[in-house]
Write a protein of this length. Sequence first.
Length: 337
Amino acid sequence: MRGVMPSTASFGSPSSFLRLAVLCGVLFSCSSVLAQDQDATAPQEQALQQEAERQQSEKREREQQQAQEAVDQLDEALYSPFIERYVLDELKQLRVDMAAQKVSLTENIVDRQLSAADKAITYATDTITYFFYLIAGFSSLLVIMGWTSIRDVKEKVHNLANEEISKLVEQYEARLRSIEEQLSEKTQHIESNRDEIELTQEIHSLWLRAGREQTPTGKIAVYDQILKLRPNDGEALTYKADAVLELDEPQWAINLCLQALQIDSQNGNAYYQLGCAYAYLEQWDEAVDYLSKAVDISPAYRDEALEDSALSRLHEFEAYVELMGIQPIDDSKKNQP
């Protein structure tokens, strides 16, 4: 330092020192403004991404609601082969649309990742550049004033630069991990939806087969296939109980209906089939009790019971007559099935 001071004496004038200090201040202000601009873009990107996800969610909800309304407005079962073909084509188109949506979602996420990485690199480069400008200015001041050696300044600058770069790298690595987790979750959701569509399509085909079967044994075989794919299908259990009653197996039908009620306690068809089974066993009180529960759930079972030949002997039972609202019988026949 003794050899340096004489050669730098010419830079120690007040005007030179003032110009250098003003230059450093301007560079520091510019770096601060750029850093704030970079930080301000992150919330805007996050808000745009949330708005896009919200719009997609609303669109899916509207489509599901329209599909449910279309199903609720059906007047009869879809047993026509043409309708079956139409449903299969719609399911196929749905799968194609979901695959296209998956590709589009993947492209959007990849584009966002690349954009985020590009902005991160640009921000890091600009920050490091202006940081080194500040370092050069402070180093010049230190050399002029003779406070410490160039080597000490260099080491401190390197340490500070490494710390800042490490912080930036950690922040953007955390953002990239978050994006990867979101992409993984959406991929799993799409896969689960695709599997559910395939399962629903297969079960729908089995229901159509069951409607075309003419024998109880054939129907039971189809219902067993449905229950193998979806064990908690209460509707399949009750229809299987109906077929079992045709084979003169009322106790088996009772067990199937009780299983269906464990799945859904408001299954009106299960109560109706229990009434038919107990009527077959000539347990009139239990039959009327279960038929009453079925009618409470859906009054349509009253008309079905009046036309069901399996319940014809109950027409002479007083409690059944009152439940169905038919003409009263003679006093000599009350409570006599």
